[in-house]
Design a protein around this ligand. Structure first.
Ligand SMILES: C[S@@+](CC[C@H](N)C(=O)[O-])C[C@H]1O[C@@H](n2cnc3c(N)ncnc32)[C@H](O)[C@@H]1O
Length: 198
C-alpha cells in the first residue's frame, strides 16, 4: 500500500511537471549526485523512448542531444532522434557521423520482460554489453557513461568489463526505482579507451 502510494505520487509529479515518464527523476538524482553532464556536453541517450531523460538532458546542456530507440520518440525541441537498434554496429557509425564528439552516453535501455527471471537477466546483461560496446566506439576520452542494469547473475562480470575502460566506476540504486526492483545504474566516469575491439 505504502509503495503503491509512492508510485502514484511519483507518477503524478511527473505529469504535473510535464515529464513524459517518471524515469526523469532517476536521471535528475544521478545528475545531482554524480555531475555526469556538463553545460556544453554532447549527450547520446540509448533506449530513450518516450523521452523523459531527453527532456532532462536538454535542460542541462547547450550541446547536441541525440536519442536512439527501437520505438519512435515524439518530437522534442533541440533533440535529434533515431529509430534504431542500439545493438547494430551500423548505428554506432551513424551516430558518430551525426554527433562528432560524444562527451556522455546515458542508457536506460531494457529488454521487454518475458517473466522468466534468469532469461530476462541474461538478456539485460547482454544489452548492457552492447551499450558498453556502443559507448566505447563513440565516447571521447574523459567522457562519462550511465547505464541501467540489473543485480543478479553476470552483473559482476558486466561491472568488471566497465571498470576496464573508465577510471571511476560505481553503482547507484535510485530512490525513484520501483520497490523490490533489481534495477541498478552503473555510473562510469572518465573514459580511457577500449582495450578490446568489440
Ligand atoms: C525504460 S525505457 C526508457 C525510458 C527513458 N529513459 C525515458 O526517460 O523516457 C527502455 C527503452 O529501451 C528501449 N530498448 C530496448 N532495447 C533496445 C535496443 N536494442 N535498441 C534501442 N532501444 C532499445 C525500449 O524500446 C524502451 O523504450
Amino acid at each position: 500500500m505504502g509503495s503503491q502510494w509512492g508510485r502514484d505520487r511519483t507518477y503524478l509529479r511527473a505529469v504535473r511537471e510535464g515529464y513524459r515518464s517518471r524515469a526523469a527523476y532517476k536521471l535528475r538524482e544521478i545528475q545531482e549526485r554524480f555531475h555526469i553532464i556538463r553545460d556544453d556536453d554532447n549527450v547520446l541517450d540509448l533506449g530513450a523512448a518516450p523521452g523523459s531523460w531527453l527532456q532532462v538532458v536538454r535542460s542541462l546542456t547547450a550541446g547536441n542531444v541525440v536519442g536512439v530507440d527501437l520505438s519512435p520518440i515524439a518530437p522534442l525541441d533541440g533533440v535529434t532522434t533515431l529509430i534504431a537498434d542500439l545493438t547494430d554496429s551500423a548505428v554506432w557509425q551513424e551516430v558518430s557521423a551525426l554527433m562528432g564528439t560524444v562527451n556522455v552516453v546515458i542508457s536506460d535501455a531494457a529488454p521487454k520482460l518475458s517473466g522468466h527471471r534468469s532469461y530476462d537477466q541474461a538478456r539485460a546483461i547482454g544489452l548492457g554489453e552492447n551499450v558498453l560496446a556502443f559507448a566505447c566506439h563513440v565516447l571521447k576520452p574523459g567522457g562519462n557513461l550511465v547505464m541501467k542494469s540489473f543485480q543478479g547473475e553476470d552483473f559482476g562480470q558486466l561491472f568488471g568489463e566497465v571498470r576496464q575502460f573508465f577510471l571511476s566506476v560505481k553503482t547507484y540504486r535510485s530512490h525513484a526505482s520501483r520497490k523490490g526492483s533489481s534495477e541498478v545504474y552503473i555510473i562510469a566516469k572518465n573514459f580511457v579507451r577500449c582495450t578490446d575491439e568489440a
